[in-house]
Design a binder for this molecule. Structure first.
Ligand code: ADP
Ligand code: ZN
Length: 680
């Protein structure tokens, strides 16, 4: 049996295990029954792929989604591992190849969709081929109460009994109920060896912002990450479409996705996102399960998620390859109202509803946190020893003030109007605005009328939003959303407790300035990274596989930074295993070493000048659109001297670009070039 560490570096090209992997690999390779709970991006697949290579016979992998299975199989084959999938999506040739490999006794991993287990023939087949172990990916699909339930997962227990082989189950789902259900359904209640990895995802940057022109906030966030794959989660289906449109107008490749689309369109969208480099998908939470893309660079929430668990799961889709990834979650009083009313108006029994309010409160606590987000988030999952330095509040501590008096004034305005009004009217009372509504109801004679003039309307809005966030007040659905005080506010009202509030970032947000594009590497390595990505894209397109199947972003970043000059040095890059070295090593070495020497003379003239960077960004934008936004048009590009001229344009507009580039090129690249120029 070859050692795990040797296989790790020879086959997968990784020089070290991720935290927790080694113990799991060891237990699985020993033939123990295992339940491993690891965060998304923790590297679960390796925990059964590696043992599969260490053990004799075939490892059967049950995985819920055909497209993802095929990608995993492709990735394994690229690494030189004999793997195959039996799915309804197979061509007859693919199925034959799997059978041949089985017959020759070579196949190490056989991927199957759970539906396949329903066919009477499957069991007999699996008995014949010498299965030595079962691995179950996304094991929480066995849970009848979760939204990913797959009835056919219930057949896995029977499969394990029939074959009488060890089973290793993997999931990223944290909650205890689901874990218990997995043990019950997959292991007949016999507790397996369990591994629970910490929940921290140190490479993901956490940030929240109060809504203030939310569309512009999202567009700016995306503009600063142009060309990187991202997800924008929205609260409604309609918004996914309008926001995707707005992003396209901003020069991004963007598509929408929601549960109301028919199954085929959803599949096409999932596929495009998986395969294409740098695409943005604007989606409802229906988007996620079909996604196994390790190089998603950012996740933004245009609306507040429904709970802290949902938040964690959604942001967790970013940065599975371990390279830096960023998130931004927007929230405002309307989100809080909406989420509360969804819980109150839902059909769940009362104790469940109160637990749901608790989960929402935990998320709001995170949104309104006064110090490190990561501490707050992981604290919720029971982890206390955390280091961060990678969240907005570690970057720039919140400005806080003693909000006790403000909160008491607001509460008093609520109570004196018998908790029948929303924030808008209450703020008018505090500010002493004589509106019709105030005059009609005689609220100008209340003692609280006009006592809050030390703050303006926006500041009071921020106070009310934070009071909702701290669950001091809640909208009451029975009173059309009028705010009512909760018991949590009593100590403040009675002057027994104080409260710190954030001075809102709203005033300093300055959302109208277009942010500069952030690069994943230093400015000096950026052009090389683009060239490496272009090479990867060409190979991936030729092989019709997602780009990361060739190399992940992380691997390319390391290449761009370390600039290996020969195959030995190339082998030392994380993610370059023996097979990939043999297949792609030379090609990428050429890009690296060629790119250093063979700078286009036109570009060389711009070296060291701002226009040089702009030139590279234009090249990048051009590469993205080489075959049009949909990737299906005729290839088209501009000459180096055209690009150099664009890069040096002082005042750019669509007309000037068209004069320079001609109609066809202006049509394809104009918007994207203008976006580059206005960000420069
Ligand atoms: P999960 O299923 O837990 O979300 P994956 O198994 O898809 O995660 O792994 C996520 C990414 O991390 C993949 O790109 C994988 O190649 C990479 N990876 C896994 N283990 C390691 C390791 N030990 N070193 C470097 N990269 C790793
Ligand atoms: Zn932090």
């Amino acid at each position: 049996m070859t050692g795990a560490a040797t296989l790790l570096s020879d086959v997968f090209g990784f020089d070290a295990f991720r935290p927790g992997q080694e113990e799991i690999v060891h237990a699985v390779a020993q033939g123990e029954n295992v339940l491993a709970i690891m965060p998304t991006g923790g590297g679960k697949s390796l925990c059964f792929q590696l043992p599969a290579l260490m053990r004799d016979g075939v490892t059967v992998v049950i995985s819920p989604l055909i497209a993802l299975m095929r990608d995993q199989v492709r990735a394994l084959q690229e690494a030189g591992v004999s793997a195959g999938a039996l799915t309804s999506g197979n061509t007859p040739e693919e199925t034959d190849a799997v059978w041949d490999a089985l017959e020759r006794g070579e196949l190490k991993l056989l991927y199957m969709a759970p539906e396949r287990l329903a066919a009477g023939s499957a069991m007999g087949m699996l008995r014949r081929i010498g299965v030595s172990m079962i691995a179950v990916d996304e094991a929480h699909c066995v849970s009848q109460w979760g939204h990913d339930f797959r009835p056919d997962y219930l057949r896995i227990g029977e499969l394990r009994r029939t074959l009488n082989v060890p089973l290793a189950a993997f999931t990223a789902t944290a909650d205890i109920e689901t874990q218990a259900e997995i043990v019950q359904k997959l292991f007949d209640g016999e507790p397996p060896t369990a591994f629970l990895r910490g929940f921290d995802r140190p490479n993901i940057h956490l940030a929240f912002a109060a809504k203030d022109g939310p569309r512009a906030q999202i567009l700016n966030f995306a503009a600063a990450r142009k060309g990187q794959s991202g997800i924008v989660y929205c609260g409604t289906r309609a918004k996914t479409e309008t926001l995707a449109q707005a992003l396209r107008e901003g020069g991004h490749g963007a598509i929408h996705y929601h549960g109301g689309m028919d199954a085929d369109d959803r599949r096409i969208a999932e596929r495009r996102f998986q395969q294409e480099d740098g695409l943005i998908v604007v989606a409802t939470v229906a988007f996620g399960m079909g996604i196994d893309k390790p190089d998603i660079r950012w996740v933004a929430h245009a609306d507040l998620p429904k709970s802290i668990e949902a938040y964690y799961q959604e942001i967790g889709r970013a940065g599975r390859d371990g390279a830096p990834a960023e998130t931004l979650t927007l929230f405002g009083p309307d989100d809080i109202k909406l989420r509360r009313s969804q819980i109150d108006e839902g059909l769940a029994p009362p104790e469940r509803r109160s637990a749901d309010h608790g989960r929402l409160n935990a998320l709001l606590g995170l949104a309104e946190a006064l110090d490190c987000r990561r501490n707050t988030l992981l604290g919720y999952f029971g982890e206390t020893e955390t280091t961060c330095g990678n969240c907005d509040l570690c970057d720039k501590p919140a400005e806080v003030f003693d909000g006790t008096t403000a909160v008491r004034k607001a509460l008093s305005a609520m109570l004196r109007t018998e908790e029948w009004f929303g924030a808008g009217h209450l703020i008018d009372i505090l500010l002493g605005n004589r509106t019709d509504k105030i005059a009609q109801r005689g609220h100008d004679s209340l003692p609280t009328y006009g006592v809050g003039k030390e703050y303006d309307k926006r500041e009071w809005q921020a106070v009310f939003r934070q009071m909702m966030g701290h669950d001091l007040i809640r909208p009451d659905p029975a009173r059309h959303g009028a705010l009512r005080m909760t018991d949590a506010a009593l100590p403040i009202l009675r002057d027994e407790a104080t409260i710190s509030l954030r001075r809102d970032s709203i005033r300093s947000a300055g959302t109208n300035r277009r942010p500069a594009v952030k690069e994943m590497v230093s400015e000096e390595d950026a052009p090389l990274l683009s060239a490496l990505k272009a090479q990867r894209r060409a190979l991936a397109e030729a092989a019709r596989v997602p780009a990361y199947v060739i190399f992940t972003d992380r691997t390319l970043i390391e290449m761009a930074e370390k600039r290996p000059t020969n195959l030995d040095a190339m082998a030392g890059i994380s993610g370059v295993g023996a097979k990939k070295l043999e297949r792609y090593g030379e090609t990428f070495l050429q890009v690296i070493n060629g790119a250093v020497n063979d700078v286009h003379p036109t570009r060389r003239k711009l070296a060291g000048r701002a226009a040089g960077t702009v030139y590279d960004q234009l090249m990048d934008a051009q590469a993205q659109l080489a075959r049009g936004a949909g990737g299906t048009d005729k290839p088209l590009s501009c000459s180096a001297s055209q690009l150099a001229k664009v890069a040096q344009m002082r005042s750019a507009d669509a007309g000037a670009l068209e004069r320079l580039l001609g109609e066809r090129r202006a049509e394809r690249f104009g918007a994207a070039f203008l976006a580059v120029l206005s960000a420069a």
